[in-house]
Design a protein around this ligand. Structure first.
Ligand code: T4K
Length: 369
């Protein structure tokens, strides 16, 4: 079966190649490939304006941005996080020698449940790491109240939340820091890439030192930095993507609405709704299958789709807390994570990307009806 006939969970948007060539010619002629090149600077500024955030630093990927965020805030000890995410969320803690403490998710948006956070706090807790999973905003107000009461930092993993706003404000403006991912599978891509959003110039300066080995100038290294820089080709691609992004999100919204219309009356399939006041980015289209009501298990449905060359994904199954690195932790106890287990064992993410045709959507729907 040819690749063109397969439907994947996602496909990156590739702008016309002719539009990219002038950028390449520029880079070839300038011979400035990385380390704060002109396209890097232009992209960083353009992104800051588009996302409507005060400060942003580009990164080579979201994982390094998250590892750096923890370093920038000097987070240590234990961090409370969700097991219902991509494994990088907890791996970033592990790479900083920090112990993840898993806390359950709330049943509507599948984000960290603020009502369960306090019970997970210990004297070693220094921060919270909630995830805006599928681009759905975490419960900012409740999380802030807890963080303020206990003196905790808040880092939002906003890898899925490019362009999401709540009541007209970018959700990247909440918490101490937020990270983004521009991986090929994301709404907005630079092949690989990411960013770290912060709220003051001193922090931006520190982050920029850290992502460049800690160099403050040619002879001064202010800390144990890393190499987290985004190069000129990726930055140029980002500039080009930015021209299309609103159009791409509109296309995703249209696809989401078609799926919802076609699937909303199927017994045993639960869909996620838009939240009032939120501009969603429709980064994923998760459905939650209740095996008893639907009459077929999630995994059998996944296989049935695959037989028709439809490659859906079980994001996020297994839970992070079930992987060997983490399953021995006391907080990985399944009794502790009942909502996360329920969602993780029923979830299936259907294909959604701007070039998905109506006939493709119908092909998916027909397997599910
Ligand atoms: N936090 C959260 C909450 C995250 O979701 C992620 C990443 C991160 C942090 C870390 O950010 P980064 O360090 O990655 O910037 C993918 C991605 O690799 C990962 O970036 C993403 N989350 C995660 C949810 O999904 P896989 O292993 O499922 O991807 P893969 O290669 O199986 O691709 C899925 C489908 O996408 C393919 O079947 C076809 C399509 N695809 C993929 C690639 C790579 C393309 O059409 N073209 C491509 O180039 O992890």
């Amino acid at each position: 079966m040819g690749d063109a006939e397969r439907l994947y969970v996602t496909r990156p948007f590739m702008p016309p190649i002719a539009e990219f060539i002038p950028y390449l010619e520029d880079i070839w002629q300038r011979k400035w490939l990385t380390n704060k090149g002109p396209y890097h600077e232009e992209f960083e500024n353009a992104l800051r304006d588009y996302l409507d955030v005060p400060y942003i630093s580009l990164f080579s990927n979201g994982t390094i941005a998250l590892i750096t965020a923890l370093q920038a805030l000097r987070v240590t000890g234990e961090v409370i996080t969700t097991p219902f995410s991509f494994v990088a969320s907890s791996h970033a803690l592990y790479w900083n020698g920090i112990k993840p403490v898993f806390c359950d998710i709330e049943p509507e948006t599948f984000t960290l449940d603020p009502e369960k956070i306090e019970a997970a706090i210990t004297p070693k807790t220094t921060a919270l790491l909630p995830v805006h999973v599928y681009g759905y905003p975490s419960k900012f107000d409740e999380i802030k109240e807890i963080a303020d009461s206990y003196g905790l930092k808040v880092i939002y993993d906003a890898a899925h939340a490019f362009g999401v706003t709540k009541n007209g404000t970018s959700i990247l403006n909440f918490g101490d820091l937020s990270i983004l991912s521009f991986h090929a599978t994301k709404v907005f891509t630079t092949f690989e890439g990411g960013a770290l959003v912060c709220h003051d110039s001193a922090m931006k300066k520190r982050i920029d030192f850290l992502k460049n080995f800690g160099f403050a100038n040619e002879v001064t290294v202010v800390g144990p930095g890393i190499n987290g820089k985004l190069n000129e080709i990726q930055s140029a691609f980002g500039l080009l993507q930015l021209k299309y992004i609103d159009h791409l999100i509109r296309k995703r919204r249209r696809i989401s609405y078609i799926y919802r219309e076609r699937l909303s009356r199927v017994r045993g399939i639960r869909l996620m709704e838009d939240i009032k006041g939120v501009r969603h980015n429709y980064s994923y289209f998760p459905i939650i299958i209740d095996e008893k009501e639907y009459g077929r298990s999630r995994d059998k449905t996944y296989e049935a789709l695959k037989e028709k060359n439809i490659y859906s994904r079980r994001y996020f199954y297994p839970l992070i807390s079930e992987f060997p690195t983490y399953r021995g932790l006391p907080s990985a106890n399944r009794e502790n994570l009942l909502n996360a287990i329920r969602v993780s064992s029923g979830v299936l993410c259907l294909p959604i990307y701007p070039t998905l045709e109506n006939s493709d959507i119908e092909k998916v729907v027909q397997v599910l009806l």
